[in-house]
Design a protein around this ligand. Structure first.
Ligand SMILES: [Zn+2]
Length: 181
């Protein structure tokens, strides 16, 4: 367990086994307190912290998938699996597993909320961080191109394997929220 104490302006750690995602969460509170000067309402503050925490988990999953794609090469079934699963988790909100559920005034057992567009707009403004399917697709497609694979990933459209001389493609599987395009 960890929390940011806005009165003392310090992070309290229950022990040295606090997870990285929790540290990211509390660092977001620290940023909002120290850089933005505090004063955000609890829902806004927690929304940013939960969005950042989930972003961290997202990057771990994405990095692992990218590495495996580098290694596996043109494995259509494998890439089809992780690409669509990734966007099922993170391409829309609310989602669980994915963006998950936040809590206001967490330590005192406050109300649950879903991370929403305002939260993503806030972390984009504060940290310049946003999720873009097109940008991620470009990175994965560069790998597929380098490996001379006959298919590509896309953010929309149909899904079909390569056939004879025709290209195949793997779409995200459903409509990605415009904020994540
Ligand atoms: Zn919090």
């Amino acid at each position: 367990m960890a929390y940011w104490d806005p009165n003392e302006h310090e992070m309290i750690l229950a022990n040295d086994e606090v997870g990285h995602d929790t540290i990211i969460h509390e660092m977001t509170h620290a940023h909002n307190d120290l850089i933005l000067g505090g004063g955000l309402d609890d829902r806004t503050d927690e929304g940013m912290a939960y969005a950042m925490q989930s972003f961290y988990q997202l990057t771990l999953l994405l990095a692992a998938n990218e590495k495996l794609t580098q290694k596996q090469g043109c494995d259509y079934r494998f890439i089809h699996g992780w690409w669509q699963n990734f966007w099922k988790m993170y391409g829309h909100m609310p989602s669980d597993p994915g963006w998950g559920t936040g809590r206001t005034n967490g330590r005192l057992g406050g109300g649950k909320f879903d991370v929403d567009r305002n939260d993503f707009n806030n972390i984009k403004k504060a940290f310049g961080l946003n999720l873009s399917c097109k940008e991620i697709a470009a990175v994965i497609n560069q790998i597929l191109q380098d490996k001379k694979c006959c298919f590509r990933v896309t953010c929309s459209g149909e899904t079909f394997p390569c056939q004879d001389d025709c290209w195949g493609q793997i779409s995200a599987g459903f409509a990605i929220d415009s904020i994540f395009q």
